[in-house]
Design a protein. Structure first.
Length: 367
């Protein structure tokens, strides 16, 4: 990890974000609505938790066909991803409620996803949102396996030429890796950088919570179904792995096409640790929306098809992104800044695949 005091230039379109914030704040004030969740969001929370946990309850029914149990685990994978994208994500950004204790409470659904909420806040809120697509600072473009290359500044290996074909398998392994090893690796790495204490806990407290919640998660989703469920231990283990794969694949397919696409610029800080762009401007150059007209899709993925709005206003609940997207797009145009948006999810995945292929070259072409 290089210089940890990266800064963004305040000389490049610094007025853009001031104007944008003023207009977005005016939208909420004029319409007399809160920036946080509403009744529809609360309903959505219970709906997605039900999609995840109701099939779990059916695992304890006896004498169902093996394919039925596998189907239940598959649906749980869909629910697990939905909870992560729509519920956990907003809560960990402090966007779910104006009351901090509610955000903390809801963010703890992370226990049901097998991960550490605190590690997630460090990687996602502190690093990814601050240093979007900045090499060696944004961990989202620094995959844990050498076989994936998400940045032109990462080391090149010959096998990368095929990554557009095999990356999808590793995407499916994301939450399983998260559950088994990633949280521990991150905890030690963040401790060395002082990021754990910055969250208001000691390293010992942090590790204790990680281990405790991993044990609880393992008991709920492995031991109990194996010992008391209706299926054999093998079906339950295979089902658990299927759930992880479906969830990991969905999460990666939502997050990666937002940043690892041909329009991204991947800025490099200068020798003084300064990125030659305003922070908000960097978000515009390295983030893309997709499928903005698909209401059901947007509902399920927690509005994260509006990644531009999310990156500019992470503390605003995603239920408002569609409305404020019109303000963001218009303001970007006024300041002659890009506003990238793919019409469909399929187009976004296609562009992401093209970028994976491009990054599979020793010297990829970057926007």
């Amino acid at each position: 990890m290089q210089n940890n005091t990266i800064q963004f230039s305040k000389e490049h379109n610094s007025e853009f974000y001031k104007t944008l914030k003023s207009r977005v704040n005016a939208y909420f004030k004029e319409n007399k609505i809160a920036k946080t969740a509403n009744a529809a969001m609360v309903f959505k929370t219970f709906a997605l938790l039900a999609l995840f946990l109701v099939p779990y309850g059916f695992l304890y029914f006896q004498n169902l066909p093996a394919i039925a149990y596998i189907g239940l685990w598959f649906v749980m994978g869909l629910g697990m991803a939905g909870v992560g994208l729509s519920v956990m994500h907003d809560a960990n950004h402090g966007a779910y409620s104006r009351k901090e204790w509610v955000n903390v409470l809801v963010s703890n659904v992370m226990i049901l996803l097998g991960g550490s909420a605190r590690n997630w806040r460090i990687q996602h809120n502190v690093l990814h949102h601050t240093y979007t697509n900045v090499a060696e600072h944004d961990e989202d473009i620094d995959p844990p396996v050498f076989m994936l290359r998400f940045s032109p500044h990462s080391k090149y290996y010959a096998i990368h030429r095929f990554q557009h074909l095999y990356a999808w398998f590793f995407y499916g392994m994301m939450t399983l890796f998260w559950y088994l090893t990633k949280d521990y690796q991150q905890a030690f790495r963040y401790q060395k950088r002082g990021l754990v204490e910055a969250q208001g806990v000691t390293f010992a407290q942090h590790m204790f919570r990680i281990i405790l919640f991993k044990l609880i998660y393992t008991a709920i989703f492995l031991f109990l179904p194996i010992y008391f469920g209706g299926a054999s231990w093998l079906i339950n283990v295979l089902g658990f792995l299927l759930m992880q794969f479906i969830c990991g694949l969905i999460l990666a397919m939502i997050f990666q096409p937002a940043h690892v696409v041909p329009t991204s610029t991947y800025p490099i800080p200068n020798d003084s640790g300064v990125v030659e762009a305003d922070w908000a401007v960097n978000q515009l150059f390295n983030t893309a929306n997709f499928a903005p007209k698909s209401r059901l899709f947007s509902w399920y993925v927690g509005g994260l098809n509006y990644q531009v709005e999310h990156h500019l206003f992470p503390s605003i609940c995603h239920i408002h992104y569609k409305k404020i997207s019109q303000i963001v797009e218009q303001t970007a145009k006024e300041y002659q800044l890009p506003y990238y948006s793919y019409k469909t999810f399929v187009e976004a995945l296609s562009e992401h695949t093209k970028m994976l292929k491009n990054l599979g070259k020793p010297n990829p072409v970057i926007a």
